[in-house]
Design a protein around this ligand. Structure first.
Ligand code: ZN
Length: 271
């Protein structure tokens, strides 16, 4: 059964009153908002996405533009997760996908136990609001607070990737499910911003220690109907930080834009 381990010494954490404690006396309080902070911070208390970024993304996602991707991921998780399966979402953000996964597995009577971690405290708080049945912790995906071979399914959606950690916390033969953008993803948005836009380069699907067992391509035209949705989508992309102010300004005059979303949903088995 999956349980938290102490980020200081690695011993099992047990919940006493409202605190997680290990045998060596390290103690982590559970917040009144329903999560535990297991991230050993070096300076500053806020890491990862801030409230403004989370709100913009939540707003965009709640409009359902990525609903087709959510459905495909939920289907993959439902198909590959056993009864009473233990699932972890690494880099869960505001739990848009995690909450849907919980709902999909519950609908199939799979009685799931779902853990989710993100390095952003604000994201985790937003996630708990979205679904109160998730076990949420602030933690880094590079240092997951779980013992080895804890999970049947690991989901990671556009979060930093740490192969060694993901492999460590998965049981033998367990699955890792993720989505990656394909060649045509956001093509029209890039064309609106850049002088010479490039398509995403073809992806190498091989991951050491894992075998690809399923790959589904999903493609949809999103009809963005206001400027806010266009800028929110752009801010969600990894290239928004590398784009000049003049190029970003080109988006200001746009009130609607049809943009292709193109992903592969990948299922890997740990070997
Ligand atoms: Zn400890």
């Amino acid at each position: 059964m999956a349980y938290y381990i102490c980020p200081v010494c690695g011993d099992a954490l047990k919940l006493w009153d409202n605190s997680y404690k290990c045998g060596k006396g390290h103690c982590f309080d559970r917040s009144a908002k329903g999560y535990v902070n297991l991230f050993l911070s070096k300076g500053g208390s806020n890491h990862g996405d801030d409230k403004a970024m989370i709100n913009a993304r939540t707003d965009f996602l709640n409009k359902g533009y990525y609903g087709f991707l959510k459905d495909e991921v939920c289907k993959a998780v439902s198909d590959f997760t056993p009864q009473n399966g233990e699932v972890i979402d690494c880099g869960c953000g505001e739990c848009y996908y995690t909450a849907a996964i919980h709902e999909a597995l519950t609908r199939k009577n799979k009685s799931p136990e779902i853990y989710a971690v993100d390095i952003s405290k604000d994201a985790v708080i937003a996630g708990k609001k979205r679904c109160k049945n998730l076990n949420l912790a602030v933690a880094s995906v590079f240092h997951l607070p779980f013992s080895k071979e804890s999970f049947d399914t690991l989901v990671t959606m556009f979060a930093p990737f740490c192969r060694e950690e993901y492999s460590r916390v998965l049981k033998h033969g367990a699955v890792m499910i993720m989505a990656i953008p394909l060649e045509d993803h956001l093509w029209e948005l890039k064309r609106a911003v850049y002088e010479t836009p490039y398509k995403n380069s073809p992806h190498d699907f091989e991951i050491e220690g894992f075998e690809l067992v399923k790959k589904s391509d999903v493609k949809e035209m999103m009809h963005l109907s206001c400027n806010k949705d266009i800028t929110s989508l752009f801010e969600m992309t990894p290239y928004s930080h590398k784009t000049s102010k003049e190029d970003i300004k080109k988006l200001e005059s746009l009130d609607k834009l049809d943009v292709t979303a193109h992903f592969a949903v990948l299922v890997y088995k740990k070997i």
